[in-house]
Design a protein around this ligand. Structure first.
Ligand code: ADE
Length: 350
């Protein structure tokens, strides 16, 4: 059945919105070391590795970046490629479903290419195997043909650099991990760096934002540039719609509060799954301590995901503690959730 044109338009706009947002993301992405705010230690470590390899006229060693999503792993890899004047080629590990996919990719590499593998913890074991010889001696061996006529071929690869990125470093196999020349943990950003990133992005987007609103976005950004930029982009949408008659659109406190509502986050950037985790500890386990396995079962989540994805931010803001007896929700977490409940329904407290 043919869909009506309204539905088609909606579909088209959805696509357009997504691609528009993607091109905005590209605009906001720093394109030089000078533009890249924060992560001083990692930047200087990378610069040393790049400079030393340059002096020896060699490709830089293979690197592993790990850390929470949105902290700039891809951006850093792009900057490494720029600095070493190599092409940047990117693939997500789940898209390499057969060893042949990786062989095709590797056999098209050129000197100094930077091959960026995202979600490296999701590499298929057979594909990972091909990486070992590519990393160890810049060679790949593969079979051509079938049965008695099959032959093993060996292909020399140009000097390239593999940069692997993961949010789940514990799931990267030990043999793969041990093959990287350096491993960098990309940690949360400092508040003043997030503030500078928001100010830079607002300027690029051509939107005015007051100090109060900037501070609110910093507080809700989970110390993560991608999230800070996401809030800023949606705040710009709201400012443009609300103040459409005013020529200078400005993001202020009211606009940011509306944005939190739109995104379903609170003033500390907590999402529904964060609240669920804390509430489970508080209500089902009397505030803890609760062992990670019991908590994972109660939430229906994988233990590793809780440890590597959900807990770091909650620990960083002191809402959750890991104790020898298990996880505990802090007084601060209880107070925050109580205050949120009070805002929704003050009558409960009378
Ligand atoms: N946008 C996203 N991450 C950034 C960073 N580290 N520096 C500047 N702008 C950014």
């Amino acid at each position: 059945m043919r869909r009506n044109s309204q539905e088609e338009n909606k579909e088209e706009n959805k696509f357009k919105d997504k691609s528009a947002d993607k091109s905005i993301d590209l605009m906001l992405r720093p394109s030089s070391w000078g533009e890249y705010i924060g992560q001083k230690k990692i930047k200087s470590g990378l610069k040393i590795i790049i400079e030393a390899a340059g002096k020896r006229e060699e490709a830089i060693d293979h690197l592993l970046f790990y850390g929470q999503p949105g902290l700039g792993k891809t951006t850093l890899a792009i900057l490494v490629a720029k600095e070493t004047r190599g092409n940047f080629k990117m693939v997500s590990a789940p898209n390499l479903s057969k060893s042949g996919d990786l062989i095709a990719l590797l056999s098209n590499l050129e000197e100094r290419d930077v091959l960026f593998i995202d979600e490296a913890h999701r590499l298929h074991p057979a594909v990972e195997e091909v990486f070992y010889s590519a990393i160890d001696n810049r060679k790949i061996n593969f079979m051509v043909g079938k049965g008695p006529a099959s032959r093993m071929l060996s292909l020399d690869l140009p000097s390239f650099t593999l940069i692997a990125a993961t949010t789940r470093v514990n799931l990267v196999s030990a043999p793969l991990r041990s093959r990287f020349g350096a491993i960098f943990q990309i940690d949360y950003y400092e508040n003043n760096d997030i503030e500078a990133i928001i100010e830079r992005s607002a300027e690029i987007l051509g939107v005015k934002i007051d100090k109060d609103a900037t501070r609110m976005i910093v507080r809700a950004s989970r110390f993560t540039p991608r999230l800070a930029n996401r809030i800023l982009k949606r705040a710009r949408d709201i400012a443009e719609v609300k103040n459409s008659k005013i020529i200078t659109k400005i993001i202020d406190r009211q606009v940011v509060l509306g944005t939190f509502d739109l995104l379903g986050i609170d003033e500390l950037g907590l999402e529904i799954h964060d609240r669920k985790l804390l509430e489970t500890i508080i209500k089902k386990f009397r505030g803890g301590p609760v062992g990670i396995s019991a908590l994972a079962a109660a939430l229906g989540e994988e233990r590793g995901a809780i440890e590597e994805v959900y807990e770091p931010y909650l620990m960083k803001i002191n809402f959750l503690q890991r104790t020898p007896g298990g996880r505990t929700a802090t007084i601060e977490a209880r107070d925050w959730l109580d205050a949120a409940l009070y805002k929704i329904n003050p009558s409960l407290y009378n």
